[in-house]
Design a protein around this ligand. Structure first.
Ligand SMILES: [Zn+2]
Length: 450
């Protein structure tokens, strides 16, 4: 009994008091006003603000004109593609015609690191605390993420053809094995395997990746049912992309984060639920590609954990979660022809706890509850775009913008303070991106259509 007594009597590390706390807990509790206390990187208490004043803390933040909510979870990115944002838009078959050649010729270790840091600043400053990423030189993304202080699941991309960091096809598997070994056990970074897609990784290698993932006990993330040509190819082979993937032993399981999931029929939705798949939904990049709208609300109704994602900066452009949070319910309403589908409250859940569930991290993050990790954001209420507030969920989904985010806490550390990164010199990163863009510009103008 001595230990818990001592723990409750020693001061908290941090107390933040705010105009409101949107908890996204099972009871949808909103404390207005409220406080949150942090001790040993976890939430030690939360409640009405007056009660908070009775607690002692090493640091106290009073924010009567701001509200607090869980940090947002971006379930699919390629952050190092920040260097290419805005290049070669509106081209059919952009992946094969533009992106793969661009990456082959321009992606280096240096570009991967500095572009990642650049994108991390954009993500954190707009309220993202956790993200999932897949790219090349993923160890550089891990180094940048560690420096910035964010939480992430990071996957080394595996492809059947040469990649920027692997001259031989499937060289990514060896790269991934080393990457996973080097980053295993990091408190905020979880390495994993990331086969690119069913059309770039054959069945034999997908089966090998499943065996590796089980052996190393890591997750798998993969683009699934995103492309029209993929849909046509695998519809002939197995009835659908998902049913083809189900023929690979052990692939469709809770270990798999399936990204996109556009070409699904009712049988696929049931299959996804039966196998326990998790889904990353990217409404902005999907809309730009002019394909289908993911049946996201149907997947959720079937019980599939679903989170939201920006996708990479070349496909989704904006790396703030506000952009996709705003688009998600609107596109589902259009898809289903119903105004009452995907309420603002459900959308907020998808951007926070839903994302945590999709990444298998909901025991630790995604909502503000005692015992969970102290990942939360403080949002300014003193701005033209955000007032008046009648419904906190509507405000978060439809009115809040990235610039409203003042401070971001991850593991109780202030990773963004007064809109500036605390882990690195963001002005230096901004300058480095300018140099990288100058180097890329000539190549990009050469491959851009006239
Ligand atoms: Zn992607």
């Amino acid at each position: 009994m001595d230990v818990p007594m001592a723990r409750t009597q020693s001061p908290d590390d941090l107390i933040v008091e705010a105009a409101a706390i949107v908890t996204v807990d099972p009871g949808w509790r909103i404390l207005s006003p409220g406080y949150i206390a942090v001790k040993d990187r976890r939430i030690s208490a939360l409640g009405p603000a007056a009660e908070g004043r009775l607690r002692s803390a090493k640091r106290r933040v009073e924010a009567p004109r701001a509200f607090l909510m869980p940090g947002m979870v971006n379930t699919h990115t390629h952050i190092s593609m920040a260097a290419f944002r805005g290049a070669c838009e509106d081209i059919p078959n952009r992946l094969t015609k533009v992106i793969f050649p661009l990456e082959r010729d321009l992606v280096t270790r240096d570009l991967t690191y500095w572009s990642a840091l650049y994108c991390l600043a954009e993500m954190a400053r707009s309220g993202t605390t956790t993200f999932a990423d897949m790219y090349y030189f993923e160890d550089e993304v891990a180094k940048a993420t560690d420096k910035a202080g964010l939480r992430a699941i990071l996957g080394e991309t595996v492809l059947g053809h040469a990649a920027p960091d692997a001259p031989e096809g499937y060289g990514g598997i060896d790269y991934a094995r080393n990457f996973i070994r080097d980053w295993d056990g990091h408190p905020r970074i979880e390495p994993c395997l990331a086969p690119h897609a069913p059309y770039t990784v054959d069945a034999e290698h997908l089966a090998q990746i499943v065996r590796e993932a089980k052996k190393l006990d890591v997750k798998i993330m993969m683009h699934v049912a995103e492309m029209d040509f993929e849909h046509e190819k695998f519809s002939r082979l197995g009835g659908s992309v998902l049913r083809y993937l189900d023929s690979i032993p052990g692939l469709l399981s809770p270990r798999l984060l399936a990204v996109h999931m556009l070409y699904l029929d009712d049988a696929d939705i049931n299959l996804a639920a039966q196998r326990g798949l998790r889904v990353a939904h990217c409404p902005a990049s999907n809309a730009k590609s002019g394909r289908l709208i993911c049946p996201a609300s149907r997947l959720q109704s079937a019980g599939v954990p679903l989170g939201l994602a920006t996708d990479g900066p070349l496909s989704g452009n904006g790396m703030d979660m506000q952009g996709v949070l705003n688009l998600f319910p609107k596109m589902q309403k259009v898809r289903e022809g119903r105004r009452d589908i995907v309420t603002a409250r459900e959308a907020v859940r998808a951007a926070t706890l839903g994302g945590a569930e999709a990444l298998g991290l909901d025991g630790d993050i995604g909502s503000l509850e005692i015992g969970k990790k102290a990942d939360f954001i403080l949002v300014d209420l003193d701005d033209f775009n955000i007032q008046p507030v009648y419904d906190w969920y509507s405000t978060i989904v439809y009115a809040m913008r990235p610039h409203n985010v003042i401070s971001v806490y991850i593991d109780g550390d202030e990773v963004v303070a007064q809109r500036r990164m605390t882990g690195f010199d963001q002005d230096e990163v901004f300058r480095r991106m300018g140099q990288i863009a100058d180097d890329c510009a000539k190549y990009i103008s050469r491959i851009s259509p006239a």
